[in-house]
Design a protein around this ligand. Sequence first.
Ligand code: PGA
Length: 253
Amino acid sequence: MRRKLIAGNWKMNKNFSETRDLLLKIKNGLNTDILNKIDVLVCPSFVNLTIANDTLIDSSINLGGQNIYQEDEGAYTGEISAKMLKSVGCKYVILGHSERRQYFSESNETVNLKVKKALENSLTPIVCVGETLIQREKEMHFKTIEEQVSKCLKGFSAEEILKIVIAYEPVWAIGTGKTASPEQANEMHIFIRNVIGNLFTKDIAGKIIILYGGSMNDKNSKELLHMSDIDGGLIGGASLKSESFINIINSAL
Ligand code: PGA
């Protein structure tokens, strides 16, 4: 039985006090029982991870970063290492988000190196994959996703793969208000599971957590989160308001 994971990707939003206020609202608004059944994760900006960790000290809400650099330390001005994220209480890290691929030229090969670094430092990588609208219209979406999954996961052992979370985020659905239909999303999740089954084993494919992301909100979450192969959500815009994020978490049960 795969445990559901609901993750908030705050992107470049919320300053110091806003981070604390939003986390207090989320923490106080969640029924403690739900945190025994569902994994909840928030990924604020790097500079606010310490206040986030302090605010969540008595909570089982998990903390994650939105990126890392693929080296341990050194002369990489402006970059953040996996060890640094660990040291401020992070358990997860989002890697290969389409915004990183689009604006910061991240390739599947770079994502692969980052996944390796995350695993070496006991961070759970959330590896994002997704096709653009043009790729979908040209019916290249399955091929694109297969390539992203196999290149990002290249060279890992079966044991390592089980520590990785995948997020399917069609680029045309991110921040656009256009969600993939539950059937469209589930079809791709089944496809990703088959790709992993071919690369590793069917047993591993059946255990891996695959999140959906792209305009998920508290109106559409219940249907998406109850599809056979959707194990949770990576939520951008709707994770920035306590009410909608809490509603999404509650809808996952
Ligand atoms: P969105 O973003 O929910 O605002 O579409 C999702 C994401 O980019 O992770």
